[in-house]
Design a protein around this ligand. Sequence first.
Ligand code: SF4
Length: 284
Amino acid sequence: MTTDTLVKDHSRSFHENKFVYPVLSRRSRGISIGVNLNPDKVCNFDCIYCQVDRVSESETRFVELERLTTELDAMFEFVGGGELYADEKFRDVPVPLRRLNDVAFSGDGEPTTFRNFDSLMSTVADLKRRHGLDDVKMVLITNASMFHRPVVQRGLEVLDRNNGEIWAKLDAGTEEYYDLVERTRIPFRQVLDNITAAARIRPIVIQSLFMRIENVAPSDDEIAAFCDRLNEFTTAGGRIKLVQIYTIARRPAESFVSPLNDIEIHKIAATVISKTGLPTEVFQ
Ligand code: SF4
């Protein structure tokens, strides 16, 4: 298996694990331990580009906390002790990438909808500390729809104290495009307000996926509106440490969705840089 195919192999199962899986992450340039808090594959968004495999049925419906903790404990040992690289899927990982970068909460839905989000963050932080992994980040990959909930705010505070990072998704500049892409009842305004409030407390990363819909790339006006939203965050005192622009890498939920090409994606990133001055990176 080449590094490239390894990077693209984001399978959520690792041997017998139900909740914890290792991934070679192109973004983190190292190993990321994924924690899936949505084994039921239910999400409060229904993004047209979602790359979660909802065709195959999930075996597990609920997060079993004890099992999740045991799997994570073992995975820290497995990666830290280098045993991971004896595994068929990881034996070709280049030596410079053989480092544990983060524990990422993502999975097959929105992680912040997990009922005991705050206590889970504390449990993972304690475990990470016990393994002496203070340098390893805790990355929350989120649609920012639930930040207004106290249980989520408490969880974010745990992240703040434990080398945490929030990667909040924002794929639109206008409500119309948001409705088209995210297909959710959660208002765009709620997401924007949540991102602003979170970014006023700590610097956050914005993750933005752009695509072709019915073979049409986002318009210049949509990208200009997207930049306006980013500028509104900073004007309101929010701190954005990075804007990540990317496109589809795997099979999307809808067949009318397809990836942008290199030129298109770099053009969007250049527009973001010129209109916002924010650090911006392209991931392909
Ligand atoms: S928020 Fe994420 S998991 Fe949920 S539908 Fe959108 S892309 Fe899929």
